[in-house]
Design a protein around this ligand. Structure first.
Ligand code: AMP
Ligand code: GLY
Length: 425
């Protein structure tokens, strides 16, 4: 069958890399893709906001299955439109994507269905939000309600920072996404990501991971989309996974169905493992990036039937096989990220760097021009290794990364530190 992937990040490169291995595939297209995906798929310049254009392309190229990578097209209803045109699609409806599109919605759902999460309040008026902060104390977390490209969460250490964040958000810093905000209790523990595929009724666990969101080594500095990840996450042992399924995932899947918003796709739970157990920090309605790349390297089974089963209501009949190895990746970003950065810098020596058998270099913000690879984004490359242990995956990833010739790029040198420490004790 012919398949179209929507997106341009490392996540979509890794999805294409995995889909390209499927015996079910005839032609693979990606819109818009990036400088690395062109070797696996035909890159096409379609606008994910223009649903007519996507539908016309699908008709023209006999696309039978569309995989939507990022959250914005899901929140904007691309999945609904393709479904109404009888094109099978991986990715939830807009009504279900609200789990990522509105943090307030998700908090209310947690309250209604008894899902463990931080205590919270929802506010549209700054004075009310400030009164709530004053009554709760700090540290406290302030979140824009809507999609803010990962930047809408502020951890305030004192009232002054909290009040400033409230004024910024309700004052329009994030546009419509900040018309409302959530104030929530600061949770203490270790963060982990848990992924499940679901058809709205049943679930298939689809791996665990840990990301490194802060830009600086030792987890300091501003939040980013993610500077590196590994899978599996040791803290998510079988007992913790089962508790997460019983206490968080299944109540959500059942709750969403009861609300008339059945969720079909990948549910990505951002968890805090506290001394009470797993608590939900947030849901994402798509794969994490860079986490997805680690999952794709570890997945031994064909991914296409698993993704299709979400739309077809057959998740209960699916099983998947995973490698026992560890996948770890390190993000190379352009100097200045997550702030402003230069563009169109040439990156050299990628072929040699990616040569080792255990390494795949997934591209994000790159483009290919006259045979050269140019950096055109914030997060640019993801050097991913599949190796027997976290320490080996880490060493192999950095060994490959150090062969890349790109002076204006940087990375964190400590990806996986927590897991390496665990391995050593
Ligand atoms: P989010 O975009 O909701 O994932 O939040 C970004 C990051 O902020 C998370 O990965 C956590 O590190 C942190 N965070 C969000 N909510 C909380 C909370 N209630 N308590 C502690 N940390 C939080
Ligand atoms: N890496 C975190 C995310 O994709 O949201």
């Amino acid at each position: 069958m012919n398949i179209l992937v929507i997106g341009s990040g490392g996540r979509e490169h890794s999805l294409c890399w995995k889909i390209a291995r499927s015996p079910m595939l005839d032609q693979l297209y990606v819109a818009p893709g990036n400088g690395g995906i062109g070797d696996l798929a035909t890159c096409v310049n379609l606008d994910a906001e223009n649903h007519d254009e996507i539908v016309d392309f699908c008709r023209d190229k006999n696309i039978e299955f569309v995989v939507i990578g990022p959250e914005a097209p899901l929140v904007n209803g691309l999945s609904d439109r393709l479904t109404s045109e009888s094109i099978t699609v991986f990715g939830p409806s807009a009504a279900a994507a609200i789990l990522e599109g509105s943090k307030g919605f998700t908090k209310d759902l947690c309250a209604k269905y008894n899902i463990p999460t931080a205590a919270y309040g929802r506010f549209k008026v700054a004075a009310d939000a400030k009164e709530f902060v004053a009554s709760k104390g700090t540290p406290i977390v302030i979140k824009a309600d809507g999609l803010a490209a990962g930047k809408g969460v502020i951890i305030a250490e004192n009232n002054e920072q909290a009040f400033a964040a409230i004024d910024d958000i309700l004052g329009g810093q994030f546009g419509e996404a900040g018309a409302e905000l959530v104030v929530e209790e600061f949770l203490i523990g270790e963060e982990a990501s848990f992924f499940v595929l679901t058809d709205g009724e049943n679930i298939l666990p689809f791996g665990t991971a840990q990301d490194h969101k802060r830009v600086g080594e030792g987890d300091v500095g501003p939040n980013t989309g993610g500077m590196g990840a590994y899978s599996p996450a040791k803290i998510m042992d079988p007992a913790m996974i089962q508790r997460t399924i019983d206490e968080i995932i299944m109540p959500t899947v059942k709750g969403m169905a009861a609300e008339g918003r059945p969720f079909k796709g990948v549910l990505f739970a951002g968890l805090m493992i506290t001394d009470k157990g797993p608590e939900l920090i947030e849901y994402n309605v798509r794969f994490g990036d860079p986490e997805c790349q680690c999952l794709m390297m570890r997945l031994d089974s064909d991914i296409v039937p698993a993704l299709m089963a979400c739309a077809n209501g057959t998740i209960d009949q699916m099983t998947t096989e995973w490698s026992d190895k560890v996948a770890l990746n390190v993000v190379m970003a352009a100097n200045g990220y997550p702030g402003s950065y230069e563009k169109n810098m040439e990156i050299k020596n990628l072929d040699e760097a990616g040569n080792a058998e255990n390494i795949v270099i997934f591209h994000a913000g790159t483009k290919k021009e006259e045979g050269k690879i140019l950096a055109v984004g914030g997060r640019v490359l993801n050097i991913t290794s599949l190796s027997p242990s976290v320490s080996e995956a880490k060493n192999n990833a950095y060994e490959a990364l150090d062969k890349i010739n790109w002076k204006q790029g940087f990375c964190r040198r400590d990806i996986g530190w927590r897991a390496v420490e665990r391995e050593e004790t």
